[in-house]
Design a protein around this ligand. Sequence first.
Ligand SMILES: [Zn+2]
Length: 129
Amino acid sequence: MAKVVHLYWGYMVAAALIVAWSQQWSLPVIVALSLGVSAYAAFQVPVWCGAVNRDGQTYCRNNAYGVLMGCSKRQHRWQKVKMIVLRSKVGNASRSVFPTAKEKFNGALAVAGLLSAVAAVIVPVVTGG
Ligand SMILES: [Zn+2]
């Protein structure tokens, strides 16, 4: 049980974030929850590594934590970030880093968390409240 909480706390934070928006909790709380969700998806959620293997054809299927992170192989660590940021020729980022609905969801979660944090900062400026 404790391990499940450790692995999946980000989804609970995401759920809390949805409640926070709908109930109009205070903005610092929303920003904190948003950043938590984003950091969780980027650096902690259990995923496949997804880096391109030496043969250039297959993708690493070792366990990794966070959609931006690779497995314990050193050369895989930064390969995903490079693939996403540079959209490089090394590999097809959407196929390797986000091969399944689960990985796509985690990627979306990271982006949504960031957007939520930005929105929480911008909304009061726009609405004057
Ligand atoms: Zn790997």
